[in-house]
Design a protein around this ligand. Structure first.
Ligand code: FAD
Length: 373
């Protein structure tokens, strides 16, 4: 279930339903190819793809599902079908964004892309007084988008640091000179740590692995924001984050804010796949990790409150009730602020496809397609 085979002539990769992205990145790289996968390479291909999926290559090539050519699926009644643009088209449509609801995918076939060159990436860390300037520079990259580039701002306390730092993971699919030119404003702010290097593509999605380890108790909550990210708002978030971090020694918290070029993702019509979140809003994550079970409620409650503040900020900036779905489904958990509307305007068609392929609702663990009032 974790095998990966490459068709060099067609530039496609066929991936077992149990593979992780490391399997794909490493195999494709042997042929000078890359697929649009996640930014932490021990994430599963299955869940990430079925909920849309994106990563560093999305600026150039769109979502993971926008590169999904076919899937082999075992349905609830045990039959095995292939879904593609010409076979079981309704299922193919539904798998791309609501895919955990229809069966077990045993194989995904992705369009891969030429990736002959190494890439420019690494972490630059700034002291907290630089927060506004860092965010200004990242906002500027979104205002002047480049599909080959992306960045993540990460609030976290690196090992050995006296407190939380403003860390930025930068990416440029090109040379050192191109990367440095692209992020000149950020680099001019004087990072106290700089790990940027030119590395093979297949190493890129391993860079965050030391921060995304197994074990412990965790809360993983998605937030969203409208660029340009408001610096006054984010200063308040950072202060809250620092207070939480200082008060709880057993806690390892991090907040991630993504700055990607969304144009390619937004260029695909909303109704052409089940994925409901094609909008220029950007995503973030509240990641908390601890060991003491008795603190579950407190930490999850803290994250939920902060999530609501992000939503309030977004609504104030954009206007509530637009009908759009700004929440990324793969970053959403039950109890999150907009989960009731996670499929947006694609929901009625999803109900029909669900009735056809899984009428007894066998596949219902993750964002189930259930009748709403
Ligand atoms: C550390 C970390 C980093 C992340 N980075 C990114 C990122 O860069 N980009 C991004 O888009 N998302 C990212 N995510 C979110 C990620 O997409 C979701 O957490 C996703 O659910 C992970 O899928 P999984 O298969 O690993 O998880 P699982 O929990 O195993 O699966 C999630 C759901 O998918 C179903 N599923 C999994 N495989 C199959 C299959 N073959 N057939 C049918 N159903 C299946 C499962 O039953 C479950 O309902 C990240 C998550 C983590 C924890």
């Amino acid at each position: 279930m974790n095998t990966v085979t490459v068709d060099v002539a067609k530039k496609t990769v066929s991936v077992g339903g149990g593979a992780v992205w490391k399997d794909v990145d490493e195999k494709a790289a042997k042929y000078g190819l890359a697929a649009v996968g996640g930014t932490v390479n021990h994430t599963g291909v299955g869940g990430l793809t079925l909920g849309g999926g994106y990563g560093w290559l999305s600026g150039e090539h769109g979502l993971t599902i926008d590169n999904l050519l076919a899937a082999t699926v075992v349905l609830a009644d045990g039959t095995m079908v292939r879904a593609s643009a010409t076979e079981h088209e309704d299922l193919y449509w539904a798998l791309r964004g609501a895919g955990y609801n229809f069966g077990v995918v045993t194989e995904f076939v992705f369009q891969a892309h030429d990736q002959p060159n190494p890439i420019w990436s690494g972490i630059v860390a700034f002291t907290p007084d630089k927060l506004e300037a860092v965010i200004d520079s990242l906002n500027a990259t979104v205002q002047n988008p480049d599909p080959r580039s992306g960045a993540m701002c990460i609030f976290a306390q690196p090992p050995g640091a006296p407190g939380p730092m403003v860390n930025v993971l930068v990416f440029y699919n090109g040379t050192r000179e191109e990367g440095e030119r692209r992020f000149a404003q950020l680099l001019a702010l004087g990072p106290v740590v700089n790990t940027i290097a030119v590395i093979p593509y297949e190493q890129l999605n391993g860079l965050q692995n030391p921060m995304a380890t197994y074990g412990g108790r965790k809360s993983f909550k998605g937030v969203y924001f409208q660029p340009p990210l408001n610096t006054k708002f984010i200063r308040g978030v950072f202060e809250e984050f620092c207070a939480l971090n200082a008060a709880h020694e057993d806690l390892t918290p991090a907040i991630l804010l993504e700055f990607y070029d969304m144009r390619k993702t937004c260029s695909v019509p909303l109704a052409s796949t089940a994925f409901a979140n094609r909008s220029p809003s950007l995503n973030g994550l509240l990641n908390l990790r601890w060991n003491d079970e008795s603190k579950d409620g407190f930490y999850r409650g803290w994250a939920r409150e902060l999530q609501a503040k992000f939503k309030a900020q977004f609504d104030a900036q954009v206007g509530a009730g637009t009908g759009d779905v700004p929440q990324y489904i793969n970053y959403a958990e039950p109890g999150d602020v907009v989960v009731n509307n996670i499929y947006g305007e694609n929901f009625p068609r999803l109900q029909k496809v669900k009735a056809q392929y899984d009428p007894t609702n066998v596949f219902s663990k993750m964002h189930p397609i259930v009748k709403r009032d």
